[in-house]
Design a protein around this ligand. Structure first.
Ligand code: ADP
Ligand code: MG
Length: 338
């Protein structure tokens, strides 16, 4: 009865057979019976951790099916994305790959929901069950949208997309309370002239104990990608500050970014810039004021004009004197204007 899953050609058949154990086949058959699936028409991607297939529902809606692998090797690194946040406190055994993959699929589903609710463009999740996730297919006429890395972009388009991308990162953090944790040109699609975020199984709540490290890494990937174009990217730390500064909101964001992008376009000593980036990549970023190791020392440093990496993150003014009410660059600008 597996013939009911119609495959386009033999090679597709072979790939799907490899990952489909009997439980997945049962699950798929149930979906066929319910009409949620009517045909599976080939493989979009075979990755290290999952395969993605193109399918259609009875109503001819296009669907992407992501089927996660259960091989133990791919799970070695996953625990750190699940441990360390409240959503998965109930998960006790991560040693059983079958249970683990279920958590993983549920996690991606719940993260896609959060993106939808926070207004970030991502595939609309349809359902997750066992080892698979059904979501909206992004593409046209059965052709999947290209990854951002494969999109052909003019300089002016890449400038628009850079701005779009960092606003997406801001929204993910501030509206969806998520850090993607594997954000790069490989996990964004270029669809209808815009960026769509995919592959969020590893994305963590922003309260996750490693969230800041993951965010810094995302910032670094994005900066490296857009540096290839004539975009005038912000410094790594400026991007990180933009995303985490609690005084930035949808009303002052445009003004803030205009100034930051202007700075990005100004000529800077590339060597100095490289040093600053290297320092920032290694810096310890506390998530809360209580994690700051030596508050007194830091206050003295700040008073003597030294820049503290975490001041924006915890919402303090540069001299740590009191909570900031608006982004520092805007406060300075408005002072100068009046
Ligand atoms: P992984 O990287 O873990 O293998 P992804 O979620 O990144 O899994 O999916 C792999 C590839 O499948 C993506 O790079 C993209 O090309 C394609 N893909 C994933 N989801 C969709 C979707 N909803 N619509 C179209 N293509 C998709
Ligand atoms: Mg991916």
């Amino acid at each position: 009865d597996k013939d009911r899953i119609r495959m386009k050609d033999k090679s597709d058949h072979a790939t799907i057979e490899n990952v489909l154990d009997s439980r997945i086949k049962n699950k798929l058959h149930k979906l066929f019976e319910k009409g949620i699936l009517a045909e599976i028409n080939g493989c979009i991607s075979t990755g290290k951790e999952a395969n993605v297939y193109y399918a259609k529902s009875k109503n001819k809606d296009e669907i992407a099916i992501k089927i996660y692998r259960t091989s133990i090797l791919t799970f070695r690194n996953r625990e750190k994305y699940i441990r360390g946040e409240y959503r998965f406190d109930h998960v006790h055994s991560l040693s059983n790959p079958r249970k683990m993959v279920k958590v993983w699929a549920e996690k991606e589903f719940s993260n896609l929901k959060r993106l939808e609710q926070g207004g970030v463009r991502a595939p609309r999740p349809i359902l997750s069950g066992g080892h698979l996730l059904l979501m909206e297919f992004l593409g046209s006429d059965g052709w999947a949208a290209p990854k951002l890395k494969d999109a052909v972009l003019t300089d002016s388009k890449s400038r628009t997309l850079y701005r779009e991308c960092i606003e997406i990162m801001w929204k993910m953090y501030n509206k969806c309370r998520l850090v993607h944790a594997d954000l790069s040109e490989y996990n964004m699609l270029y669809h209808d002239g815009s960026i769509v975020v995919i592959d969020v199984s590893q994305a963590v709540d922003r309260d996750h104990c490693n969230a800041m490290e993951f965010l810094r890494n995302d910032c670094s990937n994005i900066t490296a990608f857009f540096k290839k174009y004539d975009v005038g990217v912000m410094s790594l730390q400026a991007l990180f500050d933009f995303i985490t500064d609690p005084t930035i909101n949808e009303n002052n964001m445009d003004e803030y970014l205009d100034i930051r992008m202007q700075e990005g376009n100004e000529e800077k000593d590339p060597q100095q810039q490289e040093i600053e980036e290297a320092v920032f990549k290694k810096a310890y970023i506390p998530q809360r004021l209580t994690q700051v190791i030596n508050v007194e020392r830091d206050i003295n440093l700040a008073k003597s004009g030294k820049d503290l990496i975490y001041k924006t993150l915890i919402g303090l003014k540069a001299d740590l004197s009191k909570p900031a009410e608006k982004p520092e660059i805007l406060a300075n600008k408005h002072k100068a204007d009046s």
